[in-house]
Ligand binder design. Sequence first.
Ligand code: AMP
Length: 325
Amino acid sequence: MITIKRDLFKNIVKIIKKYDNIVIARHIGPDPDAIASQIALRDSIRLTFPDKNVYAIGAGVYKFRYLGTLDKVECSELKNVLLIVLDVPNFIRVDGIGELEYDAILKIDHHPSEDIIGDVDWTDVSKSSTCEMITDLLLDSKLEMDTKIAENLFIGIVFDSDRFLLQNTSLDTFNTVYKLLTVSKINFVPLYDNLYNRNFSEEKFRAYLINNLEISENGMGFINVTPETLEKYKVEATAVSNQVNNFYFINELICWMFVAYDEKNEIFKVNIRSRGPVINEIASNYNGGGHKYASGARIKNPKDIEKLRKDLDQACYDYLKEQEN
Ligand code: AMP
């Protein structure tokens, strides 16, 4: 096992060494794990190989600006490029590579495999986060790490494991974090401010969600937040996604589906979480996917929202029946 990993890390460093132009991409609608892994790996490659051109691309998110800045680069002008894809398994959800011609792909991801297969490929669904994987890589290869890189990696792991609460947290996660904190000596408690500080309006909105969530007799929670409600509570559509992880550990809820209309892209954005049935296969029937117990979907037709809701409710019913036996 250790030898396999050593060989894998050697191959990762080898392919990075081979290319002078490197573009690092991740999924659309990025979260802190996606952006932190991207910026941390970019900064590490720059630190280790100062002569390389390394760019972290994709749309920036204002509230995650504390992680660092992304690069503006004319992708169509780059030649002999290594594309590094982080935290996303399918081409359709990679942000910003439309114009890019690349010679090879290095993929590092913790989602179930889809159509992106890297020339060097490290896919491990047992990992809490892509940041956990990048931390392992940096700790066990010649790729360097400084304080800011370590801070970003810590933030990504904490975010994606939801403070080590979620099922994706393993003994390996704690082991990796222990090593990260030991080696980097970062002062990690102040880092929670950036992740968890919020306005009171978001809390009032959470109260709205709690008061208006419909829960079926099978433990399936559902809410569809209208643009008017978002306006009333003075929050963005992203506030809905931000809240979905706050609904774990409620006895009456087995699975929950939050919907918000994204007016800019004219699409319904759906966040789904589960403490029982596997949901990513169901989400994949609705232009979605993700992890076994944390998935999302983008839906055009409002009728599909109801269909997905029913499918999830049925999955909860089946799950409960199975538990009875
Ligand atoms: P979210 O609910 O946005 O936090 O997403 C939960 C998980 O589902 C993440 O791993 C996302 O990358 C994945 N995901 C979200 N939306 C989609 C989608 N439309 N297609 C595939 N995977 C998705």
